[in-house]
Design a protein around this ligand. Structure first.
Ligand code: C5P
Length: 313
């Protein structure tokens, strides 16, 4: 069942219902302990968590198959309590709104070609899902990605860095926090997209690129002037992770930089797991490898305390 849910296979009532519903989904897994530890099952559980599914942890003890270990169905009272918590979110961010950007941007070179990156939006979607679960109103500005944003967010789709800039600026003044998880292109063709297809010729091709607007830096300037909400930036780095993140924190005038090393296969782009160092003026916090949703929960904890802290400029 977990395998079907994680992979979108809908061949019976329950699995079809899972795809069709917009209600929160709570799963109480129960199985043999070796099965639970199997990488395929763990992958399915992680994928479901990333999709916003909630879990009641299985208990330990004597299993129906005769083994003793982890895998017992949680007690009915625990399942009922978890359902209650889900239906009445703790609301720590009730009445607050969060703007999240996610995914890549695409800078068109001509009618058929573009420059982009490997971001899929999963990290931003995890932040959005966590903010929704805490009762916030969530606006999502999303670059092109095949991954579905979490239900309940107000989604604006954009393509280029310029479009993302305009969509973010249109509502940044009305929210309590901005989380820039998008991988925004730093450069776009100076002359814009060429109409039609660039024709090949025997020699090399030179295209001049110019800088795109740095959305986060612009928000940071307004934040420093006391106009704007809490600002969280991301730093995808391939070397000198923490020192570059600290430099970004200062240069972009943001409250927190979430730095992650994108050279490792199990974190960063296009996977459901991540590890990061949260860099703020008062120090660093390492978040070990886990689901993107788990990292999102730590980021949201920080946002909650920043929202309640006095602004220092
Ligand atoms: O400077 P760098 O691109 O490494 O900084 C990454 C952070 O800045 C991310 O939070 C990203 O969303 C944001 N960014 C931006 N506008 C750009 C480039 C990056 O807001 N043009």
């Amino acid at each position: 069942m977990l395998g079907k849910l994680a992979n979108g296979i809908a061949d019976d009532f329950l699995t079809s219902m899972y795809l069709a519903t917009r209600a929160p989904v709570l799963v109480a897994p129960a199985m043999n302990s070796n099965m639970l530890a199997h990488p395929s099952v763990q992958r399915n559980l992680a994928r479901l968590a990333e999709q916003g599914v909630y879990f009641v942890e299985p208990g330990e003890g004597y299993l129906a198959c005769g083994w003793t270990g982890k895998g017992r169905l949680a007690e009915p009272a625990e399942i009922v309590a978890a359902s209650r918590r889900l239906l009445q979110p703790d609301g720590r961010l009730a009445g607050r709104s969060v703007l999240v950007t996610a995914g890549p941007t695409c800078e068109d070179l001509d009618t058929v070609r573009y420059l982009s990156n490997r971001s899929t939006g999963r990290m931003g979607f995890a932040v959005a899902a966590e903010a929704l679960a805490r009762g916030a109103r969530v606006r999502l500005v999303v670059g092109p990605t095949p991954v579905e944003p979490p239900a309940g967010a107000e989604v604006t789709r954009v393509r280029s860095a310029r479009e993302m800039h305009d969509a973010v600026m249109a509502c940044a003044g009305d929210v309590d926090a901005v989380v820039m998880a998008a991988a925004v292109a730093d450069y776009a063709p100076a002359a814009g997209a060429q109409a039609g297809k660039i024709r090949k010729s025997p020699g090399a091709l030179t295209i001049r690129f110019e800088r795109t607007p740095d959305i986060l830096a612009e928000l940071g300037r307004r934040r420093a002037a006391g106009e704007l909400p809490v600002l969280i930036g991301f730093a995808a780095e391939t070397a000198d992770l923490v020192s570059r993140a600290r430099e970004k924190l200062r240069a972009k005038q943001v409250d927190l930089v979430v730095a992650n090393d994108v050279t490792q296969p199990d974190r960063g782009f296009a996977v459901d797991t991540n590890a990061a160092t949260l860099v703020a003026a008062d120090g660093e916090e390492d978040v070990p490898l886990g689901t993107k949703r788990a990292l999102a929960a730590v980021i949201l904890d920080r946002i909650e305390s920043l929202i309640h802290a006095p602004v220092t400029t």
